[in-house]
Ligand binder design. Sequence first.
Ligand code: ADP
Ligand code: MG
Length: 232
Amino acid sequence: MNSVAEIIENARGEGRLVLTELESKQLLANLGIQTTRIELATSKEQALALAQEIGYPCVLKVSSADISHKSDAGGVKVGLASAEEVAAAWDAIMVSCLAKFPDAVIEGMTVQNMAPPGLEVIIGMATDPQFGPVLMFGLGGVWVEVLKDVSFKIVPLTKSDAAKAVREIRAARLLDGFRGSDPVDTAALKDILLRVSDFVMKTPAVAEMDLNPIFAYPDGAIAVDARVILGA
Ligand code: ADP
Ligand code: MG
């Protein structure tokens, strides 16, 4: 596995500030944060071989430094159940992404295991001109987009800050389980917040992080998408 320093140096060497999803998840793995399995395929044949190895159902996503919102470009296909579906998804993603971004350089597509459904949450880090690095926690989907139901804490977070970040959102009761579902593992979410906080303290080169979504389960939590942005 590449170290955090290697991942950052490599991106800088290529004149990039935005790490790919693959690089971002490799970085998270270095921090002890669980992610989906992710492998880069640079051809359809390789994608098929990786899908076989990872197992079905799997997920295919465009990998391009020019496309950061992958699903907006038609660059994400989930629940692929067979080699035929992976091959068809490869073609569909290519057509759709090039229609939206004709000049995009597409390095390939990542093949990932399909994370089981969980409660979608997001953890983000941004650099505030006044407060410096700040962590954000919220529920995913409409909760963040429409209701802006998020909490903020200034880095470094204490254990008590992490607990408050999780509790302070208006929809916190959803974490306790609703309509008969089990409560999610908030300890795992607090652990991610603290690991990100520690990392950010040690790594001023990182300006922004977006773990969106994280799937939270009764036992554990997995980063399903990740983006890390370096400072200029
Ligand atoms: P975007 O760049 O558009 O944010 P994402 O990687 O977040 O793309 O994928 C879009 C959505 O697809 C996610 O919010 C999630 O619901 C679903 N998804 C993506 N990857 C996986 C995966 N490995 N397993 C299960 N669901 C996934
Ligand atoms: Mg995402």
